[in-house]
Design a protein around this ligand. Structure first.
Ligand SMILES: CC(C)(COP(=O)(O)OP(=O)(O)OC[C@H]1O[C@@H](n2cnc3c(N)ncnc32)[C@H](O)[C@@H]1OP(=O)(O)O)[C@@H](O)C(=O)NCCC(=O)NCCS
Length: 240
């Protein structure tokens, strides 16, 4: 069981992190993998009545990885915690399957002190570096939270929120896709900044070609001994 869990965890890092090169590299060098494996132990101890053991085991994990996960927190399958350092996941936090968290994410408390006081995160959610999600709010499936956002209100499914306090961005996300977008940046062609730049360069090139053609014809007119009108047209073409 633990082996299957480890295997699917390593597999998801390999699929989603462009920097992950081999199974061994992920196993040895990814603190997020170590943190979720330690959490399984801490959570087991906690839920079987060994509260101090659970806390102590999660404390060792924090010491080794820089990721603090309370042993009572509920984590879904295939969770990726990329880079990891500074991540804090509180006691009553819940995270669904296939979520992706970057470093310095906090799933913490806003005001409430007792009972459920940490967020519930749905499936396939991306939480950018440094984002704080605070209070017993829900984050819907496929949502994306921008880096450094401070989220205090529930986030509907398929929505991107950014800023402090976090607000939805205008653009509606395309329907959930079978593949993952690293850094939460959609690979939809119509939104690709590189394609947009290429499109801009293409129209600039077309404009330059028109100007060169105009210059060439004005030059021809001049060398054919035409009068001031052609010279004026050459000058106009040059200044346009
Ligand atoms: C939020 C995010 C997912 C949005 O990506 P996107 O869909 O490509 O959105 P865009 O870049 O087109 O931005 C949409 C708007 O939100 C703003 N925005 C994007 N990210 C933001 C952020 N983190 N904080 C504040 N505003 C942000 C943009 O300026 C833009 O505003 P505008 O509409 O006024 O121009 C992405 O910007 C992000 O933060 N990803 C997490 C990356 C990360 O943590 N990387 C760590 C790698 S180690």
């Amino acid at each position: 069981m633990a082996f299957m869990f480890l295997r699917e965890t390593i597999q998801i890092y390999r699929e989603r992190d462009p920097a992950a090169r081999s199974w061994l590299e992920v196993l040895l060098c990814y603190p997020g993998v170590h943190a979720v494996m330690w959490h399984r132990l801490s959570h087991w101890l906690w839920t079987h009545g060994f509260r101090l053991g659970g806390r102590f085991s999660s404390h060792i994990a924090r010491w080794l990885t820089g990721i603090e996960i309370h042993p009572a927190a509920r984590l879904g399958r295939r969770l990726v915690i990329d880079h990891g350092m500074g991540v804090v996941i509180g006691e009553t936090a819940e995270i669904g399957d296939d979520c992706y968290l970057y470093h310095q994410v906090t799933l913490g408390v806003a005001r409430t002190m007792g009972g459920k006081r940490h967020p519930t995160v749905g499936n396939n959610v991306i939480i950018g570096a440094g984002a704080k999600v605070l209070g017993p709010i829900t984050v819907g499936d496929n949502a994306r939270i921008g880096s450094n956002a401070v989220v205090l209100e529930p986030v509907p499914a398929d929505t991107t929120v950014v800023g402090i306090p976090a607000r939805p961005v205008d653009r509606k996300l395309p329907p959930a896709k079978p593949h993952f977008d690293p850094y939460g940046i959609p690979c939809d062609d119509s939104l690709d900044p590189l394609l947009r730049d290429l499109e801009g360069m293409r129209s600039e090139l077309a404009e330059l070609e028109t100007r060169v053609a105009r210059l060439a014809s004005a030059q021809n007119g001049q060398s054919n001994g035409q009068s001031g009108a052609a010279r004026r047209s050459a000058q106009t073409a040059l200044t346009k």
